[in-house]
Design a protein around this ligand. Structure first.
Ligand code: SAH
Length: 265
């Protein structure tokens, strides 16, 4: 390749980029140092960053005011609809913008990233995916809880706690989860903690199985609250646990007691 060929290629790709592109970027659990290098660079280079609250203030505050758009809660506390976000992504990309759609954790783990990707593809918009550190694994890890363990857990299941387990049509099969004997990580699981711990008990899980709630993992005010399948609802109530928090259910949650004295952050 001659020098002039190289220039032509560079020009051609510049032109392709001027069409605008959307990056579906995972922010990790909240600590700015848990952003990937690629996420950091794309945020810095973006014309617009669409975000909600989940990336957390420590990260959101590093984005200049002028280029961020909050598509989480709007004035009046009403949630921006997914349809609005989808449409806004397409509109910005079509006007030639470099867009970052910043999502807490990993964009494809309970982040509706898949829906946004499908919408962009349907509308002929180029996009890229930048994986992030998911709270499902980072939450337990930061609390000193290994998601898997040679002695305790050969599998880890990540499920939503948002659905009511007492409903027949619940998409999460708590009986099957109890039967895996592996680790269960529940996202969006603060509100329905009493319902799904009860469902696990009814599925035959021992009430003594350790449970930990990791609240605001990696943020300055991170907190871990621990109990058992039997006691955790009461403990969470007493301690006023609030979202975002991940629930870790399984013998691995007990490993924390072995290491916590020396666990430094
Ligand atoms: N895509 C995200 C999950 C989005 S669903 C990810 O991969 O992490 C939202 C849920 O994620 C919250 O209800 C909570 O269960 C969990 N979550 C996200 N960030 C968290 C954090 N810093 N600490 C604890 N839980 C968190």
């Amino acid at each position: 390749m001659t020098d002039s060929d190289a220039e032509t290629t560079a020009e051609a790709s510049d032109e392709a980029d001027s069409n605008g592109v959307v990056h579906l970027v995972g922010s990790g659990p909240g600590d700015p140092e848990l952003l990937t290098l690629k996420a950091r660079r794309l945020i810095d280079e973006a014309d617009v960053v669409l975000h909600d609250k989940l990336p957390g203030p420590e990260i959101i505050e590093t984005i200049p005011d002028g280029k961020r758009e909050d598509v989480g809660k709007r004035a009046g506390g009403e949630r921006t609809s997914q349809a609005y976000t989808n449409e806004r992504l397409v509109e910005l990309a079509r006007s030639g913008k470099q867009v970052v759609r910043l999502k807490g954790g990993d964009p494809f783990v309970f982040g509706r990233g898949g829906e946004e990707a499908a919408y962009l593809a349907e509308h002929g918009v180029d996009f890229r995916v930048v994986p992030g550190v998911t709270s499902a694994l980072a939450g337990p890890a930061l609390a000193g809880i290994p998601a898997t363990h040679r002695e305790h857990a050969s599998s880890v299941s990540v499920v939503t706690g948002h659905e009511d387990p007492t409903k027949d049509e619940s998409a999460v099969d708590w009986d099957a989860l109890a039967a895996t004997q592996g680790t269960i990580v529940v996202l969006m699981g603060v509100g329905k903690l009493p319902e799904y711990t009860q469902a696990l008990r009814e599925a035959g899980m021992d009430g003594e199985v350790p449970v930990a709630l990791v609240e605001r993992a990696s943020r300055p005010d991170e907190r871990v609250v621990a109990g058992t399948v039997e006691t955790i609802t009461r403990v969470a109530d007493r301690e006023n646990v609030e979202p975002p928090a991940v629930t870790v259910i399984g013998d691995v949650a007990g490993e924390r007691d072995r290491v916590r004295e020396f666990l430094r952050r």
